[in-house]
Design a protein around this ligand. Structure first.
Ligand code: GTP
Ligand code: MG
Length: 170
C-alpha cells in the first residue's frame, strides 16, 4: 500500500559548491546568482511523491566553510540520506567530497543512501573534473551519482527522486 515516510537528508560539501542553491532549486524552484554563504546550517522541508510513497524530506543544508566542519556530525547523525556536492570546475572540491564520503563511511548510519552531485554542470567550458572519474569513484563506493545544475535545474529534482526511491520502506 501507500506509505508516508519522513526522511532526514543532509547536504555536505565544500563551500561554494552550490548546496544551498540545490536546495533552493528543489524547494522553491528558484536560483540566485549571489546566494549567501551558509552560517552553521539551514533547515528546509519538501514533500515528494514516488510510486508507492510520499516522502517528506527534512533537509539540513550545512555550511561548507572549514570552521563549521565540527558541527557536521550533528546533522548527518541519524540521517537517512546524504547528498555530497562538489563543483565540476574545482578539483579541490572533488577531493573534499571524497573526504566527506570517507567520513560518512566511518561515522555515518550504515544504511544511509548517499548521492554524489557534480554541480555547476552548466559551466562546461570551466570543467576540471571529468564525468568519467566521478562515475568510476561513485561506482567503487556504492554512491548514486549525477551531475546537476542548480542554475538550469538539470537533474536537481531527479537526485531527490532517486534518493526517495532508494530509501528503505519501513
Ligand atoms: P556554503 O554555504 O558556503 O557552503 O556554499 P554552498 O555550497 O551553499 O554554495 P551556494 O549555493 O551558496 O552557491 C555558491 C555560488 O555558486 C553562488 O553564487 C551560486 O549562485 C553559484 N551556483 C550554485 N549552483 C550553481 C550552478 O549550478 N551553476 C552556476 N553557474 N552557479 C551556481
Ligand atoms: Mg550554503
Amino acid at each position: 500500500g501507500h506509505k508516508n515516510l519522513n526522511a532526514k537528508l543532509v547536504l555536505l560539501g565544500d563551500m561554494g559548491t552550490g548546496k544551498s542553491s540545490l536546495v533552493l532549486r528543489f524547494v522553491k524552484g528558484q536560483f540566485l546568482e549571489f546566494q549567501e554563504s551558509t552560517i552553521g546550517a539551514a533547515f528546509f522541508s519538501q514533500t515528494l511523491a514516488v510510486n508507492d510513497a510520499t516522502v517528506k524530506f527534512e533537509i539540513w543544508d550545512t555550511a561548507g566553510q572549514e570552521r563549521y566542519h565540527s558541527l557536521a556530525p550533528m546533522y548527518y547523525r541519524g540521517a537517512a540520506a546524504a547528498i555530497i556536492v562538489y563543483d565540476i570546475t574545482s578539483t579541490e572540491s572533488f577531493t573534499r567530497a571524497k573526504k566527506w564520503v570517507q567520513e560518512l563511511q566511518k561515522q555515518g548510519n550504515p544504511n544511509m543512501v548517499v548521492a554524489l552531485a557534480g554541480n555547476k554542470a552548466d559551466l562546461e567550458d570551466k570543467r576540471k573534473v571529468t564525468v568519467e572519474e566521478a562515475r568510476v569513484y561513485a561506482e567503487e563506493n556504492g554512491l548514486f551519482f549525477t551531475e546537476t545544475s542548480a542554475k538550469t535545474a538539470a537533474n536537481v529534482n531527479d537526485i531527490f527522486y532517486e534518493i526517495a526511491k532508494k530509501l528503505p520502506r519501513a
